[in-house]
Write a protein that binds this ligand. Structure first.
Ligand code: NAD
Length: 360
């Protein structure tokens, strides 16, 4: 099949890790007889250097013309980079928020998976880790508290700040559907996380999620309060398959879940809109401290490419093959510096990419 993939190389280690992911995609296309064409898009610091803006209309239009976009991280060192002398709306991160909004990317997916070979990096006790864990957090990304009406006023000489948490049923329904569809491709269990004992928005969330669940009888639905979920993630992470939640809860829980895996260079993410289109990127930043040294871990970006194959291109078998290649490389004892442990062989960014291609 033919697909057009947008590539945002980004800043810092971005170009290095995207190049390795592209290498892996090329291996997939030749093994499974697909044709991938690539379009390079500018975003963030690289876009500021080339055009003066962190995001241009050209990038938005070109992205819309692609089946999916794969991105390395954007941004630089806030203390030394001239990008951070610019006003906030002109800085690299404004480009990222802008493209998410322009493409209506309302569903954020962040898997947290514990590789057997990286158990030592997990900060949890062995008896808690048990057989490991494999979950995905699906976070609503364009509504809720971060996007509601906000203001700071002075009343009777006292400063007062107001943030508004709003969700309408359509916003909840579309993210819930995404959650159930993804559960159907995985372990068929959804844990919907809310604060329904206190918040009206959560009570509506719960009601709409239950309505959507009726269309997915094979999926088991459970509800969990967000404070309990925060505890369960460190007490019994193996119980989760799909965690479905609103914007702010998802922001916090997805960072907690990623820390539980213990290895930031391994974590992928995706942001999807109502069509099959998605923007795929590692969960980590642009790591300016190690940029250009050929030592960055490309696995998070390679796994983001696997998510792209699965969710935007419907190439599940190919996504499985990429994920299996990652497991094999780890099993064979190859590591980049960030996940290095005794008895393993340390390799560079490009060597790791080559090893993945060999195993495909
Ligand atoms: P970071 O994730 O870039 O780095 C934190 C630490 O983890 C650093 O020591 C870094 O060397 C290491 N690290 C990160 N990814 C790695 C990898 N693949 N391999 C090996 N080591 C890795 O976070 P930061 O330093 O807080 O942010 C740096 C820049 O990235 C900032 O400009 C920030 O705004 C930006 N950022 C961008 C995104 C994004 O593009 N979505 C996300 C987070 C941060």
């Amino acid at each position: 099949m033919n697909f057009k993939i947008g590539l945002i190389h980004g800043d810092g280690i971005g170009p290095e890790i995207v190049n390795e992911a592209k290498k892996v995609l090329e291996a997939v296309s030749s093994k499974y007889s697909h044709s991938f064409t690539y379009e390079n898009l500018l975003l963030g610091g690289a876009s500021i250097d080339a055009t003066g803006e962190p995001l241009t209309d050209e990038t938005i239009e070109s992205a819309k013309d692609c089946d999916a976009v794969l991105m390395g991280s954007i941004g630089g060192d806030a203390k030394t980079s001239p990008w951070y002398q610019l006003e906030p709306s002109k800085r690299p991160e404004a480009g990222l928020l802008g493209i998410r909004k322009a493409l209506n990317l309302f569903a954020n997916l962040r898997p947290a998976y514990l590789y057997d070979e990286l158990r030592d990096a997990c900060p949890l006790k062995k008896e808690i880790i048990g057989d490991g864990f494999d979950m995905i957090i699906i976070r609503e990304l364009t509504g809720g508290l971060y996007f509601g009406e906000k203001k700071t006023v002075v009343e009777d000489g006292m400063r007062k700040a107001i943030d508004t948490l709003t969700y309408d049923e359509n916003e909840i329904r579309r993210i819930a559907k995404r959650g159930f569809e993804i559960a159907m491709k995985r372990g068929k269990k959804v844990t919907s996380v809310d604060k329904a004992n206190v918040l009206d928005s959560s009570r509506l969330w719960r009601a709409v999620v239950e309505e959507v669940a009726k269309d997915y009888p094979e999926v088991t639905l459970e509800h969990m309060l967000v404070d309990n979920c925060a505890m369960q993630l460190v007490m019994n992470p193996g119980q989760f398959d799909v965690i479905l939640t609103e914007n702010m809860f998802g922001d916090i829980l997805s960072d907690e879940a990623s820390m539980v895996t213990g290895s930031i260079g391994m974590l992928s993410s995706a942001s999807l809109n109502e069509t099959k289109f998605g923007l795929y990127e590692p969960s980590h930043g642009s790591a300016p401290d190690i940029a250009g040294k050929n030592i960055a871990n490309p696995i998070a970006t390679v796994l983001s490419a696997a998510m792209m194959l699965r969710y935007s291109l419907d190439l599940d078998r190919e996504a499985d093959a990429v994920e299996a290649a990652v497991r094999k490389v780890l099993k064979d004892g190859y590591r980049t510096g960030d996940i290095m442990s005794e008895g393993c062989t340390q390799v560079s960014t490009t060597q790791l990419g080559d090893l993945l291609v060999e195993r495909l």
